[in-house]
Design a protein around this ligand. Structure first.
Ligand SMILES: O=C(O)CCC(=O)C(=O)O
Length: 254
């Protein structure tokens, strides 16, 4: 069932692009099955303990490299110590296609002049100067060298959320590609300086793609809430209540 309101692809700020419904229903079904399988193979999604800030409410399992606060390892160092499953080639292919699609949306926005106005908005709101973006968006230059090798598979049970944070544990500054599945969520995309405003709240629905890189690669972001019962049943996804998110990154490690 299509929503009542159109949700066009949009440049949120230069370097950050939201592409609603980018995963078609068949790809959503494939990813939903894979998420559940990855969780089962890992013995469940584990909620990491944060030094000084308690336990996360989101369960995570990783592919390629294991993330634990605040580093990566090849084994599950904060769990059973097992070897991390490989990062799947097909997920890398989807992620490269996703980055290309996001860069194309940005190019279009720049051609229409929207990019320039976003830079002006950023200046007004106190986001650090990103520099002129010329005739290309910041993502265009990231496409050729993009070699993702790690995925964090996040499992949000109803009521869980993720606090504002910046993804700083990768050595690479290559973009982050994020796929959403299941119930919708309010995703907060902030600035590169701190956890305060300015930020934008964006509803991510099942099948949505969000990409961020370039000047906003280390922007603060998080999920303030999951909206229960919002998954479109006609998609035929066999998912438990709540949400999955798969964030794909390039570690930059040997
Ligand atoms: O669930 C989301 O949409 C965001 C996930 C996230 O911020 C992360 O994995 O770092």
């Amino acid at each position: 069932m299509a929503g009542l309101f159109p949700r066009p692809a949009r440049v949120v700020v230069p370097g950050a692009v939201h592409l609603p419904n980018w995963l078609d229903p068949e790809r959503q079904r494939v990813l939903a099955g894979a998420c559940q399988r990855w969780g089962d193979e890992a013995g469940g999604f584990r909620a990491p303990k944060l030094p000084r800030r308690g336990q996360m409410s989101v369960g995570i399992t990783c592919l390629g490299w294991h993330w634990l606060p605040y580093r990566y390892s090849r084994t599950v160092d904060d769990g059973d110590g097992r070897k991390v499953p490989p990062f799947p080639g097909w997920l890398g292919t989807w992620s490269k296609e996703a980055l290309e699609a996001a860069a194309a949306v940005e190019e279009e926005a720049v051609e229409e002049g929207a990019g320039a106005s976003f830079v002006a908005d950023q200046d007004r709101d106190g986001i650090p100067e990103t520099g002129p973006i010329g005739c290309h968006g910041p993502l265009a230059g990231e496409v050729a060298g993009f070699a993702p090798d790690v995925a964090l598979v996040n499992r949000y049970t109803p009521g869980s959320s993720m606090g504002l944070h910046a993804d700083k544990d990768e050595a690479s500054w290559a973009p982050v590609v994020s796929f959403s599945l299941g119930d919708s969520a309010v995703f907060r995309f902030g600035n590169t300086t701190n956890r305060s405003r300015p930020w934008q709240d964006i509803t991510l629905e099942s099948g949505d793609l969000f990409v961020f890189g370039g000047p906003v690669r280390r922007a603060y972001h998080g999920v303030t809430k999951v909206l229960p019962g919002t998954l479109d049943a006609s998609l035929g996804l066999d998912l438990p209540p709540g949400r999955f998110n798969v964030t794909v990154r390039q570690s930059g490690f040997e």
